[in-house]
Design a protein around this ligand. Sequence first.
Ligand SMILES: Nc1ncnc2c1ncn2[C@@H]1O[C@H](COP(=O)(O)OP(=O)(O)OP(=O)(O)O)[C@@H](O)[C@H]1O
Ligand SMILES: [Mg+2]
Length: 345
Amino acid sequence: MKIEVIKGLLKNIIYPNLDRDIVSLELIKDIKIKNKTLRIEVLSSNEDIFHSIEEQIKMLFKDDFEEIEVRFLTTKQNSINYGNTQTPNNRAPYAKHIIAVTSGKGGVGKSTVSVNLAVSLAQIGFSVGLLDADVYGPNIPRMLGIAQEKLQWSKDDKMIPSENYGIKVMSVGLTTPSSDTPLVWRSSVAVSALIQFLEDVAWGELDFLIIDMPPGTGDIQLTMAQELPITSSVIVTTPQLISCDDVSRAIMMFKDIKVPIGGIVENMSTFMAPDTKKEYAIFGSGGAQNLCDTYDIKLLGKIPLTMDIRETSDSGRPAVATDNAIQKGYYREITKNLLLEMGLL
Ligand SMILES: Nc1ncnc2c1ncn2[C@@H]1O[C@H](COP(=O)(O)OP(=O)(O)OP(=O)(O)O)[C@@H](O)[C@H]1O
Ligand SMILES: [Mg+2]
C-alpha cells in the first residue's frame, strides 16, 4: 500500500469535535511503512481525542498490516488544528462586545434567544446589531417581522442593515428574492458572505454585536472564532440528554479554541400548559445544570416551552417586545446574568 493511498483512507477519519477530517486538519505528521509495519504520527492537543483517532486508524488498516503503531505528538498550545483563534482577526472593530449564541444542536432555540437577548440589550439602552450567521436557514428576519424587507445599499456601497425593535439586523434572508429561496452554497461561499456582512454593512458604532450561529460545530463557528474577538458566548440547550451531548461537543470546541463561554441557557426547560399554567418536565430535568457543573459554566437562566413564545416569535414579535411580563422576565433575567458574567453590571 502506498503512502498516498493511506493518506486518502485517513480522510475517512473525522476529528471528534468537528466536521473535518484529520488529514485536512493537518494532524498527520508522518507516515512510514516498513515491511508489514505501519507507523503514523498524529498531532493532537487532547489525549482522549488522540486515543479515539488511534483506535480508528488501527481499525482502518488492521487487514493490511501486521503491526500498526500510532504515535501521539502533542503541542504546548492547542490551536494547531483550528487555525489562529487565540489571536483572532477583528473584522468588526466597530463593536465593543461580540456575543455568539450557539449550540451543538439544531432547533433548541438559538435564534429565539439571540433575538430576545439583542432586543433586551437595546431596551436597556445599548446600541445593538444582530448578525444572522445561519446562512442556510436564516430565521431572524421572520422573528423580527422584517421578512418582507429587501437589502438596501448606501451611496458609498455599503449594505444598510434593517432595523426593528431598536436593533440593526443583517441576514442572508434579506438578500434572497423570497424567504423560501434555498441557498446552495459551498461552505467557503457561505463564509465569505458572512465576512462581507461583517465588513461591508453600515453597522455604525455598536455596544454589542450578537451573532446567531447555525447549528453544529463546523466551518462557520470556526471562522467566526478566527475572524472576531468573541467577548462571550451563550450556549443554548434543551434538558434532554441528546441535546446535552451535542452541546458538550460545542463547549469542548469553544474551550479548545479559547472562546470565552458566558453561560448556558436551558430552553424548553418545562412545558407550561396554557390553560392551567402547570409545568411538565417533558424533556427531563437537570440537563443544563449537569453541563454547568461538569464544565464549570454558569447557568444564565431557564425558559419554559410556552405557546406564547412560539406564537410571538413566529409572528415577528420577540417575547421581550410584548407586554407579557412573565415571558419578558425569562429573557431579561438571562440578559442581566450575562451582563453580570461579563462584568458589565
Ligand atoms: N421557549 C420556547 N417556547 C416555545 N417555542 C419556542 C421556545 N423557544 C423556541 N421556540 C420555537 O421553537 C422553534 C425553534 O426555535 P429557534 O429557531 O430559535 O431554534 P434554533 O436553535 O435557532 O434552530 P436552528 O438550529 O434551526 O437555527 C421556533 O419555532 C421557535 O419559535
Ligand atoms: Mg436558528
